[in-house]
Write a protein that binds this ligand. Sequence first.
Ligand SMILES: NC(=O)c1ccc[n+]([C@@H]2O[C@H](COP(=O)([O-])OP(=O)(O)OC[C@H]3O[C@@H](n4cnc5c(N)ncnc54)[C@H](O)[C@@H]3O)[C@@H](O)[C@H]2O)c1
Ligand SMILES: [Zn+2]
Ligand SMILES: [Zn+2]
Length: 360
Amino acid sequence: MKAAVLRELNAPLTIENVDIDKPGPNEVLTRTAASGICHSDLHIIEGGIPMAMPCILGHEPSGIVEAVGSDVKDFKPGDHVIGCLNAWCGTCNYCLTGRPHLCMPPEMLMRLDGTSRLTQGGSPVVQFALSSFAEQMLTHERALVKIKDEMPLDRASLIGCGVTTGIGAALRTAKVEPGATTAIIGCGGVGLSALQGCRIAGAGRIIAVDTMDWKLELARDLGATDVVNGTEGDAVAQVQELTGGGVDYAFECIGLQPTIKQAVGMAAKGGAAVLVGVLPIDQEVSLSASEITLQEKRVLGSFMGSNAFRRDMPQYVDYYLDGRLRLDEMISKRISLDEINPAFDAMRGGEVARSVIVFD
Ligand SMILES: NC(=O)c1ccc[n+]([C@@H]2O[C@H](COP(=O)([O-])OP(=O)(O)OC[C@H]3O[C@@H](n4cnc5c(N)ncnc54)[C@H](O)[C@@H]3O)[C@@H](O)[C@H]2O)c1
Ligand SMILES: [Zn+2]
Ligand SMILES: [Zn+2]
């Protein structure tokens, strides 16, 4: 099969032929229908998230099941599915306490018997959970969820990471209440999803912050009540002024030191900064401990929208089908696998909300 392979940091991915194995007992072979391109893939290319190479990235996919292993009960060929990197075990403390997104056991992500699902000339190619920048995916069955056939597969792919991360940050991690005041810093695929999560939760005020006017217009269209361009003056002061003292929830959806500090600054007394953006592993942020303690601000980490994805993703599909979740507007470009490197350039330049690879 054709796949985009990462061989070297900060270098273009190369389109190569890669061999994919037959499904083992608990594995499912899926033909990739579409894969969104998430900024976390770019973090890996730029070295901000360490990963062994050669590696196939891509973790925001939809597809159609082609073959299943002998012990698979939940899927059959022809099923439409979304993939999620939060495969879970079902028996650990995290799974049993309703936090399966924190489980991530290695045997769900790769084989532990020394064989590799992906190879080239017999040598292993590293799988990044799903490795959806490829025509097919071979995964543990618990990395997939079945969805309704009427859900368009290009839009479904967005739910695999960005949408679940953003909506979940609002609904599951922060548990935004009706009427709450909110700010979203960064209006890419993840931020626009957090914004929609706040809208679905019934937030009273949703302030979108970005540096690109076209993203702020899109944010307004998707439900922002106010917009702030971060290049025009002090974004924290503007949010403080708009709300008379700060927001109940400020979502950082970029992964930059200054905007993480801004999120804490935008939170009102007793409010929360919800950290969704991923900071490169070698960077840290210093925050005012006295501001956090004396104003009782909370700093919440939010990983993959605190999902239980077999419950959440079909629900988000229903939200799309009944009109509550808007995904059409979030796809800026549909591209082929061969166009993946320019799509990363478009992300670097802030030209897209999401690019989606659509396979034949
Ligand atoms: N926590 C998780 O589980 C999780 C999951 C997926 C992605 N992420 C992370 O979320 C972040 C966002 O991902 P994405 O795919 O939406 O990225 P993206 O590149 O599409 O969006 C980032 C947005 O931030 C805006 N921006 C950049 N600098 C800014 C500034 N100084 N002030 C205001 N806005 C600014 C850009 O214009 C863009 O709209 C990334 O760090 C990604 O790795 C986290
Ligand atoms: Zn992602
Ligand atoms: Zn578990």
